[in-house]
Ligand binder design. Structure first.
Ligand SMILES: Cc1cc2nc3c(=O)[nH]c(=O)nc-3n(C[C@H](O)[C@H](O)[C@H](O)COP(=O)(O)OP(=O)(O)OC[C@H]3O[C@@H](n4cnc5c(N)ncnc54)[C@H](O)[C@@H]3O)c2cc1C
Length: 464
């Protein structure tokens, strides 16, 4: 008898999941493959999910359970410490193998390595697979053998490779009831998603999100197909406009692994407009680059990548709580940024252009530490991702991986004129815009810009 447990983490899919496929390939009877998801909120260094991501996870797990069920594979749900829960589950189910898709954050890698050892000590083999990036971080190196710190050469190296073709979902392994019956015989409870208490309750700000999102694996495929067939050709032209539906909105599916980057890359092959295809695939490259950076600089979610920024005089959110609150509520008096922050609260999403503008406003004009904004995004974005979020915040703050030789400060008014010239996006999210109910700007843009440049000069000795 062989029985494999596939431990799902950030790979909540049945299609193009090499680890799950490998588990299925060695199975003969119903119950020979078991899926398990463990909600881990307490392991040292592993960041508990934010509220919006939890909402997504609830839906994604229910969808995964159905997809697996159709293939005769039960999904067990647990909450707690994987280091004790997984070995116990192996013993209870008499499994002889554990599979998982590799993770790349520092604490996650440490936990997985420890667990592999622990399982080996009890006589169970653990096998890990590549499933969440186009290229694993240690396989992409500069000519001198180190990590890349600049995107363009990183992307040149990665995109020159052959990208693996996506795999099909595993064939069904009998019916689910037979597999479930075997678990009952063993006295192993299945557990339910509801018990994880992932959905917001007080208040339930995600009440209407089903109208905006379909967080299922089928929904992921549908979104990608619609984008490629109906929207992507204008990506090169309209992708920067927050009011246009010209970007893919696949980021939360990638975040939770309901799509693999290989599937997205492969589908992008169907984009007929050459420049749109290249630009879209390049954006996908930024996701891999973020993980490459996190792998090589595991402290970057909290530590400035450029050490000279340690003495930049940012305020903490507690030093100026009213300003920070006004920013989170979309009441700064800068309409493009305010519209974005309100969209974020209402939908769990914000367009990339507006993410850059809101982040720049917070760290450069309002003078608040990037880590406060990063934490707010972490809690409110459905695609909040342990690498992309801090990497992008550091990029905007100026302390991260940015090839630009100057201190970039977005002007929110100019950005609005350029990317929302008819105020369509602004009016969608700020009904009171243009009335006296809309607040005056919190700061003078020119003065705050000069202050930021002066602060920058004190830490670097440069004037721009
Ligand atoms: C301050 C800030 C915080 C961000 N936080 C996150 C985050 O937590 N999670 C996240 O997935 N993205 C984050 N991004 C990147 C980007 O805004 C989103 O990936 C993008 O808006 C998602 O929309 P889309 O799927 O329509 O993108 P598309 O334009 O269709 O791009 C396709 C895919 O490429 C990837 N991608 C695109 N731009 C970036 C980028 N700059 N960095 C990394 N990957 C990228 C995403 O996976 C995206 O789904 C952040 C950007 C900024 C400026």
């Amino acid at each position: 008898m062989s029985r494999t447990i596939h431990w799902f983490r950030d790979d909540l899919r049945v299609w193009d999941n090499p680890s799950l496929r490998a588990a299925r390939d060695r199975a003969k009877d119903p119950g020979d493959v078991l899926g398990v998801y463990i909600l881990d909120e307490h392991s040292t260094g592993i960041r508990p999910l934010g509220g919006a991501a939890k909402w997504w996870l609830h839906e994604a797990l229910n969808s995964l359970r159905e997809e697996l069920g159709d293939r005769g594979i039960p999904l067990l749900i647990r909450s707690g410490d994987p280091q004790t829960l997984l070995p116990a589950l192996v013993a209870d189910t008499k499994a002889d193998r554990v599979h998982w898709s590799r993770r790349y954050g520092g604490p996650e890698r440490e936990l997985d390595a420890g667990l592999k050892q622990r399982l080996a000590d009890q006589g169970t083999a653990a096998h890990s697979f590549a499933a969440t990036l186009l290229g694993e971080p240690w396989t992409i190196q500069t000519t001198t053998g180190g990590p890349y710190k600049v995107f363009t050469p990183f992307w040149r190296a990665l995109s020159a490779r052959d990208i693996a073709e996506p795999q099909d979902a595993p064939a069904a392994l009998g019916d689910l009831s037979s597999a479930s019956a075997r678990l009952t015989e063993l006295g192993v409870p299945i557990g339910d998603v509801e018990s994880l208490a992932l959905r917001p309750t007080a208040p339930n700000w995600a009440r209407d999100w089903h109208e905006i999102w379909d967080p299922t694996e089928t929904g992921a495929h549908r979104r990608l197909k619609t984008f490629v067939e109906e929207e992507a050709d204008s990506y090169h032209e309209h992708g920067q406009y927050p009011d246009a539906t010209a970007t893919s909105r696949v980021s939360p599916y990638l975040r939770f692994g309901q799509l693999s980057p290989q599937q997205v890359w492969d589908a992008a092959g169907g984009i007929t407009h050459a420049e749109s295809k290249t630009r879209f695939r390049t954006q996908l490259g930024w996701r891999d680059f973020s993980w490459h950076l996190l792998y090589h600089f595991p402290e970057l979610p909290t530590v400035n990548m450029r050490a000279e920024f340690d003495s930049y005089p940012w305020k903490g959110q507690q030093d100026d709580p009213e300003t920070f609150r006004a920013w989170t509520a979309g009441r700064t008096g800068f309409p493009l940024a305010d519209a974005g922050l309100r969209e974020l609260w209402a939908t769990g999403n914000m367009h990339n252009r507006v993410r850059m503008v809101t982040a720049s406003l917070l760290v450069k004009n309002l003078g608040i530490d990037w880590r406060a904004g990063e934490a707010w995004f972490w809690d409110t974005l459905v695609d909040a991702d342990a690498a992309s979020n801090p990497v992008n915040w550091q990029w905007v703050a100026g302390c991260g991986a940015d090839a630009a030789p100057y201190f970039r400060i977005f002007n929110p008014e100019r950005q609005q004129k350029r990317f929302d010239p008819d105020f369509r996006y602004v009016r969608t999210w700020i009904p009171e815009y243009g009335t006296e109910d809309y607040p005056e700007p919190l700061v003078d843009l020119q003065e705050s810009r000069q202050n930021a440049l002066a602060d920058y000069a004190t830490i670097t000795g440069k004037n721009t």
